[in-house]
Design a protein around this ligand. Sequence first.
Ligand SMILES: Cc1ncc(COP(=O)(O)O)c(C=O)c1O
Length: 461
Amino acid sequence: MNNQDKQLAQVMDLFTTLLDERRSQERLEPIAPAVPPEVLLDELSLELPVQGLSLDGVAARLRAVIEATPSTAPGRFYNQLFGGRETFAVLGDVLASALNNSMYTFKVAGPQVLLENELIERMGKLMGYQDHEGTFTPGGSLSNLCAMVVARDHAFPEFREQGMNGSKLRVYMSTHAHYSVPKAAAILGIGRANIVRIPVDKRGRMLAPALARAIDEDVEAGYLPLMVNATAGTTVLGAFDPIEQLADICESRNLWLHLDGAFGATLVFDERFQAEFAGSERVDSITWDAHKLMGVPLSCSVLLLRERGRLQASFDEVAGYLFQTEDDHWNPGTRSIQCGRRNDALKLWTNWLHHGTAGYRARTERMRDLALLAADCVREAPELTLVKEPESLTVCFTAEGAPAESLCEALQDAGLAMVGHATVEGESVVRLALVDPGTQKEQVRCFFEDVRDVMRSRAIA
Ligand SMILES: Cc1ncc(COP(=O)(O)O)c(C=O)c1O
């Protein structure tokens, strides 16, 4: 064994040891109480040394940091729209780091480009696309941003070259859409004030007639509509905007329709969501985060485009030192917002190999069943109120006499669960996200027992 091999073997050993330790810690203390940053800064040695440390020195520092890092592993983490630690996905992720290819050209990434294409092909087909294209990005926010860039260039082909021409652009989304949309509007110079927020119905779905009215009034007033952002799985209620109705409105006005499925796109695997996805083949672009419901570690998002050529029209640049083939078909860098780009595809491909499409279907159905079970648990508890029937995988509820913020805090302090709160129709609610198929039904029931115990045993202010 040469020195590098020896070091790699030691590092892999360390990886296994640290992961084992983390799992034991999670078994004993699944949710650790929150420690304020000032205390951590005091307790941990984070400063970078002048002289490098030995393996033992690095291990000691890492161990301390890992011990203090909140756990997002299955069972008690319901706080956000990602979670879990899936072995095959981690394998793909670790290998992607070890191989260290940049995904801009076939020359330096080889078959990694091909498997990335296979994923884009398959995911687009699931959405009903026929001859589409796509790109991986580091998250739904970036996918939404890229979609807005493409929509802008579709509406104003000269924009890319000439910059702003003073047009008053408008982007439409529902009041429940994700904040990445106004953020992208700010970044692109469209302006956050030019985001038009369309009201939703009782279930949190964009009201199509209100959208049509808003667009037509804007046109009358001299604005130039650029894009409608529909959501498949809103962040809090998990609701799906009515795609067919929005597509009718956009097609008749030649307006770009983007579907932000960062959260909900994976539910396309579940037959029960067929109606929600009706018309997905008509939208111009789709954001799909694999790091939310497909069990792969952050980050891994895909932007799909219904028509080929759109990405290149918006993101291609001349770089003779990099793109050196006649045909850029196999060079994803010509279709990406990034130059150097991490290989986020390998972990998704590896995990998909392991689960198979049938496995993904079953997992997705399991997540939905967990959400339905959670809603039943709320209904059965007299002191809890279901705010809405769960549209997909989030369950929002309130607790009598216990403000949502305090309840979430008490659950974490007691080491029972990490769960977040949100505002629905002006009311603060607990938002339970059932996004980890590794969660057992018993754990969901246990969560509600814990909620009731905490309510009984603690004075929640
Ligand atoms: C509907 C929706 N869109 C976009 C995003 C942003 O995704 P990311 O966190 O991957 O940037 C989220 C995140 O929760 C989301 O819920």
